[in-house]
Design a protein around this ligand. Structure first.
Ligand code: UDP
Ligand code: MG
Length: 319
C-alpha cells in the first residue's frame, strides 16, 4: 500500500540513489571509502552517484577526488572555496543530489558503507527517512561519548517533536524529504533536527559505529558546543523560558527576604542601618530584570521563528 503512494517518485529523477559525503582532510580514507561504497552498492544493482563535497581540505583530498572522479563515472564532486563546516557541506550535497533516495554518510569510514544496503532496503519498504542509530561508538573517548549522549537526551527533552537518540547524520531520505529540507531557508543547518521536524513515516536501523580509519576528528569540543547550541536554539525556546522562570524565582526570594527585612526592621528592631532597603531593592530589581529579559526573549523568539520562514505544515497526501 505504502509502495503505491507517489512519495518516492520524482518525475525528473532517473537516478535511484545519491550518496552525499562531506570531505575535510580525508586523503587517507577517500580511496578505501569509494571502493567500499562501490562494492557494497554494486550488490543492489541500481543507478547511483556519489557526491563528494570538498569542504576546504588542506591536505591532498582534492587532487585525490579529481583522480577518483576520472576513474569512476559515479563520482561527482563539489569543491568549496573554503571550509564552510560539515552542515553546510551536507546541504550543498543535498542541493546537487539527483537520486530518488539520498544517503548522507561521513567519508572517514565511521559510518560503514555496507550499512547503506540495509538503509536502502528499509527505505524501499515505504519509509521517507531511515536513520542509522549507533549501538556503540568505538574509538572515541569517554568525554566525547558522555557529552554526545547528554546532548542527544537534552535535545530530545527540550524539543516538542521526536529527535531520535544517538543518531548522527548517517541516514537515507526520500527525494520528497530532501526537497522540504532544501526549501528551509534558515542558515543554521541542523540536519538531524530538521529531518525529524519534517515528520512522515521514519524508521531506523541499528549499527556499530566504527573507529575513524585515518586522520583525526575535526570536531573540536568548541565546535561540538557550537553545534549543540545551534541544535538547541534552532528547535527550542526553552533557554528563554528558563530565564523567565529564574526571574520569577528571584522575585519570589526577593519577596520573602523583603518580608523578613521588614519584620527585622519594625518588629524585632534588630537590623543594620540600610540593610533592609538595600536587600529588598537589589533582589527586587534583579528579579524584575530577569522577568523582563525573559519576556523580551519570548518576543524575540517569535521574530526568530518567523524569520526562519519555515513552512507551517507539510502535507503528506491530498485526496
Ligand atoms: N567534515 C567537513 N567539514 C568540516 C569538518 C568535517 O566536511 O569542517 C566532514 C569530515 O570529512 C567527515 C564528516 O564531516 O566526513 C564528519 O567529521 P568528523 O569525522 O570530523 O566528525 P566526528 O565523526 O568526529 O563527529
Ligand atoms: Mg568522524
Amino acid at each position: 500500500m505504502l509502495e503505491e503512494l507517489p512519495t518516492q517518485e520524482h518525475p525528473l529523477s532517473v537516478m535511484e540513489l545519491s550518496v552525499v559525503a562531506p570531505v575535510f582532510n580525508e586523503a587517507g580514507n577517500l580511496r578505501i571509502f569509494v571502493e567500499r561504497l562501490q562494492k557494497s552498492i554494486a550488490t543492489l544493482d541500481i543507478s547511483w552517484e556519489l557526491i563528494l563535497i570538498n569542504d576546504g581540505s588542506t591536505d591532498l583530498s582534492m587532487s585525490l577526488i579529481r583522480q577518483l572522479a576520472s576513474e569512476f563515472s559515479f563520482v561527482h564532486f563539489i569543491d568549496f572555496s573554503r571550509n564552510f563546516g560539515h552542515p553546510v557541506a551536507v546541504s550543498a550535497g543535498l542541493d546537487y543530489a539527483e537520486g530518488k533516495a539520498v544517503v548522507v554518510i561521513d567519508a572517514d569510514l565511521q559510518d560503514p558503507p555496507e550499512e547503506i544496503i540495509r538503509l536502502y532496503q528499509e527505505w524501499k519498504k515505504g519509509f521517507e527517512v531511515v536513520y542509522a542509530q549507533r549501538l556503540q561508538r568505538n574509538g572515541e573517548n569517554f568525554l566525547k561519548k558522555a557529552s554526545a549522549s547528554a546532548f542527544y537526551r537534552f535535545l530530545s527533552w527540550v524539543t516538542p517533536f521526536n529527535i531520535p537518540l544517538d543518531t548522527g547524520d548517517f541516514r537515507i531520505m526520500s527525494r520528497r524529504v530532501v526537497e522540504v529540507i532544501r526549501n528551509m531557508p534558515e542558515s543554521q543547518k541542523f540536519l538531524r533536527g530538521q529531518v525529524a521536524w519534517v515528520g512522515f513515516n521514519q524508521s531506523y536501523i541499528q549499527y556499530e559505529r566504527a573507529e575513524r580509519n585515518a586522520g583525526s576528528s575535526a570536531y573540536s569540543y568548541r565546535k561540538m558546543i557550537r553545534f549543540a547550541w545551534d541544535g538547541i536554539t534552532a528547535f527550542s525556546t526553552s533557554p528563554l523560558k528558563l530565564v523567565t522562570v529564574l526571574g520569577f524565582i528571584t522575585s519570589f526570594i526577593a519577596f520573602v527576604v523583603g518580608m523578613y527585612a521588614l519584620y527585622a526592621r519594625y518588629i524585632l528592631q534588630d537590623y543594620v542601618a540600610g540593610w533592609p532597603s538595600l536587600m529588598i531593592s537589589i533582589l527586587f530589581i534583579g528579579g524584575i530584570q530577569m522577568i523582563a529579559i525573559g519576556i523580551i526573549g519570548e518576543y524575540l523568539s517569535r521574530i526568530h521563528i518567523n524569520v526562519q520562514k519555515r513552512p507551517l505544515y507539510i502535507i503528506k497526501e491530498k485526496g
